[in-house]
Each structure stands twice: as C-alpha cells, then as structure tokens.
Design a protein. Structure first.
Lengths: 290, 256
C-alpha cells in the first residue's frame, strides 16, 4: 500500500513536470530554441496566485485566472522583446538571452516582492480513502488536470487550423509563410500557450509545496526541461511521458533510497536513457541530408 | 492577348546582393489564363525572380504589380494572400503532415473559425473543417492524389510529392501560380502527364502560370510566351517559335 501511495504521489509530481515540460517542448518544436526563462514564468504565476488568494483574499479560481492571464501576457511579451529580434541570430545568442531573461525575472521579483519565503495558503485539504490507501484530493486534481491538458492540447495541435499551422512552422517556416501562414503570430501563440500552462503548473506546485520565493521556478524548470529531453524534445506525448516517469522515479527514490540522492538518481536515469536513445523516449531520429 | 486582363506587370525589376547584380532591368507581363515560361542557363537568376515575386527578397529596383496592386510593401505572407503562390525547386513539403493536412495548411487564411470555437468544438468549427476537407479532397482528386490523403507527405513517391506541392499552392487560392522546375527528375511519360495537369489546373481554377523549367519539350509544349534570362539580364522574350530560332538564346545555351 505504501508503494502505491508513493507511486500516486510520484504521478502527481510528474504531472506538474509534464505540464511545464509541454511549454519547453512546444517552444522548442516551433521556435527551435530552449526558453530557459520558462521556469521563472512559473515563479511569476505562483506570486500572482499568492497575492490574489493570500493578500487580497480573492477566491482560488480568481487567483488561477489571474496567474494564467499574467503569465500568458508575460510569455508573449518576453518573446516579442527578447527573442523575436534574434530570430535569425545564432542559437547560442538566443540561449544566452534566455538565461539573461531568466535572471532578469528572478531579480525583478526579489526587488519587487522581497527575498523572503512566503507561505502559500492551503487551498484544498482532505484525502480520498480507499481501504488503507489515502490519496490527497490535490494529487488527484493535479493528475486529472494534466490528463485534461494533454487531451485538449493534442486535439488542438492535430485537429485545428492553428495546430496545423504550428506543425507546418515546426517543419519549414519559410514554406509556411509562403502558404500565407503568419509565422510570427504562430510563434506568439506557442509562447502564449506554453506560458499559460506554466501558470497552471505553478499553482498546482505551490498548492503541494507551499513556499513562494523568487527562485522558486529554477528547480522545477530544470526538472521539466529534463523531462522534455527525456521524453524527446519537440514531442508532446514525449513531454507527458517524460514528466510522469521523472516524477515517479524522483518520488520512489526519495522514499526507498535517499532523500538527498533523489535528484542525483533522476539525472542519472536521464543520462542512461540518453546514452541508449539519444533522441529521448519518443523523439524521432533526425536525418541530416548531405 | 492584350484584351485579356493583365495579372502580373513587372517593370525594371532588379536586385543586388552586396556588389553583385543578380537580376537587372526585367520587364514581364503575364495575362489572365496565360502559361508563361521563364528559362535560362543555370545561375541566370530565375529562382531569384520567383523570390522577388513572392517577396522572400525585397527587390532593389523596379515595380511589381499584381492585378494592378503594387506589391512594394508586401511580405511573403501578404504576397500569398494577395494572390501569388509557388512551388519549390527542392521540394519543401511538410513531410510529417498528411497529404490532406499539407493542402489544408494552404487554406489557413480561408478557413474561418476562432480559436475558442476550436477548443470548445462549436458547430462553426466542425462546419469550417468539413468544408476545408471537402475542398482539399477536390484538389487532391484533380491532381490525382486522392488515394494518398492520409499518407504522410514524406512517404509519397517523388512525382506525387511534386504534384502535392502544386495542390498545396493552389489551396491558397492564387491568381498567379509560380512553378519552380515542376518536371525536375520526372521521366518523359510523367512530364507528359504533368503538362496535361498544368493545363487542366489553369482552366479549372482560371489562374495564370509562370514556370521555370529546363525541360525544353515541356516549355515549348505548353508555354504561350517565354522570357529568357542570362546572367540576370533579359536575353529574349517572345513566342516559343521565336525563342527556338533566336541566335542569342542558342549561343547562351550551347556556347559559341
């Protein structure tokens, strides 16, 4: 029973990683860049929810909506101001810019909101008990949210004209533009979706681990990036699978091996997977034509 | 000829890359329903002309008018919306998308429903997608690709990929279709079929076609008029028979 409960806890944590990983993976798939500021968008989302719920005592749902709206706008603005001017620059310049944006957001948060850790209020307590197994409602909601997001996003990408345009842009932006697809708009939409999802992840994260501070996004950001690479970056089912596997591995190793070593074990698993399958679990082999 | 509507009017078109003049002082008129050939030796600047007509390159000099509209301020997206569509010398399909989806990317601007309607699956979404499916299937049928609708474009045979590029370009609802070496790599029988298909498409969609081609049988067989470029300069312009007997053209192709 203990194992089952650790497993479900791991799936809950993995769901948060998966939702964040989707943002990394979609942006990589379409804009071909690693947006290292993605983790800090999570932090901004967490602060927005904290202020709304804890400071202004607004309903939880209002906090969620506020976080999603602010993060979506923030993601689009970051892309416009920091990445769009570098559309034709080398990928290294874009990568360094992304790291710069990440520090900018962290330091702005320290300046605006202080460096102290704020405690996120309990928004949902209680557990579902089945026999001797007890699962917190929050974990269930987290897993459920992740599943709903996966289904809606997959349908959106595969069945709508914007999704089709996104897939076209991920293959050949020049040809897509010549078919009348506004590539800049598609990239903006991608950042908007990724950042909106980051906001949802941020609330699920701080509802489970209730401390809010300016560097809050770093670790989940890196873990989610790992999950995206693990699953095969650019692949949406890959991000989902990578996130879940990572969460489960982390939680089980924390429970059975060592709390201190859990992160090391997670990254070791990543290294082993990449050695065996360099494109990640669901990544496709890229054929380079000579 | 002159009582037909003028679809494309190019005057004094030129472009420089650094100190190199790639195309200079090109004049070109294409009329409604015309199939027009653009030929010349390798490196003559033919594809560069296509890139200027689709606004991938901004011309250094001259004007381009499409049905009277000045194209100076357009970019590749707005040029496509204005009515210029093209295929590529090196096939540039969306390989991981199905054949049907490739055609539907071409219909991006004519499918109208909001993103919210798409997420909430409102009736407007289903209606618009169904109409797009029907129109795309019609295009695929005309180009003999209907049996491949659900195949990934990258898995199509070569000749079918070239035809799919034409279908995708037609899906954007163009007035002028630019074909960049449509017969490249095709055998004589496939070329023959392609010629019939280009005529059929022109008649069915009532468009004009400008094509770059090295296959002289195709060019002389279907083009009503031809322009010859050499080193970026206009070498000759006229009917196929005039071009074939033009001494300058023969010299440029075969050498002294």
């Amino acid at each position: 029973m203990a194992f089952l409960s650790y497993l479900i806890g791991g799936l809950g944590l993995g769901s948060v990683y998966a939702i964040i990983a989707l943002g990394y993976s979609m942006v990589y798939g379409i804009a071909k860049m690693l947006n290292f500021a993605h983790g800090d968008v999570i932090m901004v989302g967490a602060f927005m929810a904290y202020f709304a719920i804890s400071k202004y005592h607004l309903p939880v749902l209002v906090g969620v909506v506020l976080a999603v709206v602010v993060c979506t706008i923030l993601g689009v603005v970051i892309e416009r101001l920091a990445y769009k001017p570098l559309r034709h620059a080398s990928s290294l310049s874009v990568l360094i810019t992304a790291i710069g944006v990440s520090y900018f957001l962290q330091n702005s948060a320290m300046l605006l909101w202080g460096t102290d850790t704020k405690i996120f209020p309990t928004v949902l307590s209680g557990s579902l008990t089945v026999g001797s197994l007890s699962v917190p409602y929050l974990t269930l909601i987290t897993i459920l949210t992740c599943i709903v997001i996966m289904i809606v996003l997959t349908l959106f990408i595969n069945r709508t004209k914007t999704g089709r345009a996104m897939r076209a842009c991920s293959e050949d932006k020049g040809a897509a533009a010549l078919m009348g697809i506004n590539v800049n708009r598609i990239i903006s939409i991608t950042f908007a979706i990724g950042s909106g999802l980051a906001a949802i992840a941020s609330i699920l994260l701080v509802a489970t681990y209730p401390s809010v501070y300016p560097t809050l996004g770093s670790m989940p950001g890196i873990k989610a990036f790992t999950a995206a690479v693990f699953g095969g970056i650019g692949s949406i089912p890959g991000a989902f699978l990578g996130g879940l596997v990572l969460g489960v591995v982390e939680n089980l190793s924390r429970a059975y091996i060592s709390t201190q070593l859990s992160d090391a074990i997670v990254f070791m698993v990543l290294i082993v997977v990449l050695l065996i399958k360099p494109t990640g679990l669901l990544g496709k082999k890229v054929n380079v034509k000579v | 000829m002159e009582n037909r509507e003028k679809v494309l009017e190019v005057r004094g078109l030129g472009i420089d890359f650094g100190g190199l003049t790639a195309v200079n002082d090109l004049d070109l008129d294409i009329y409604q329903g015309e199939i027009y050939g653009l030929i010349g030796p390798n490196g003559a600047g033919k594809t560069t002309v296509f890139n200027m007509l689709t606004k991938v390159y901004q011309p250094s000099r001259g004007t381009i008018r499409l049905c009277g509209q000045d194209m100076a301020k357009l970019n590749p997206v707005t040029a496509n919306i204005a009515g210029v569509a093209r295929t590529f010398q090196n096939i540039r399909l969306f390989n991981k998308l199905t054949v049907l989806d490739n055609v539907k990317t071409g219909m991006h601007n004519s499918i109208s429903y909001g993103k919210l309607a798409a997420v909430l699956r409102l009736p407007s979404y289903y209606k618009a997608e169904k109409e797009a499916d029907e129109k795309a299937m019609e295009l695929l049928t005309i180009l003999g690709l209907d049996q491949y609708a659900d195949t990934e474009a990258g898995n199509l045979p070569y000749g079918a990929q070239r035809r799919l590029e034409i279908a995708r370009a037609l899906a954007t609802n163009p007035k002028l279709l630019l074909l960049d070496e449509p017969a490249a790599g095709m055998n004589p029988q496939e070329t023959e079929e392609l010629m019939a298909m280009i005529r059929k498409v022109r008649d069915y969609f009532k468009i004009s076609v400008l094509l770059i081609e090295h296959d002289m049988k195709l060019v002389m067989g279907i083009c009503e008029r031809i322009t010859v470029l050499n080193f970026g300069q206009l070498l000759a312009q006229g009917l196929p028979a005039e071009i074939q007997s033009n001494k300058e053209v023969i010299k440029a192709y075969i050498g002294e």
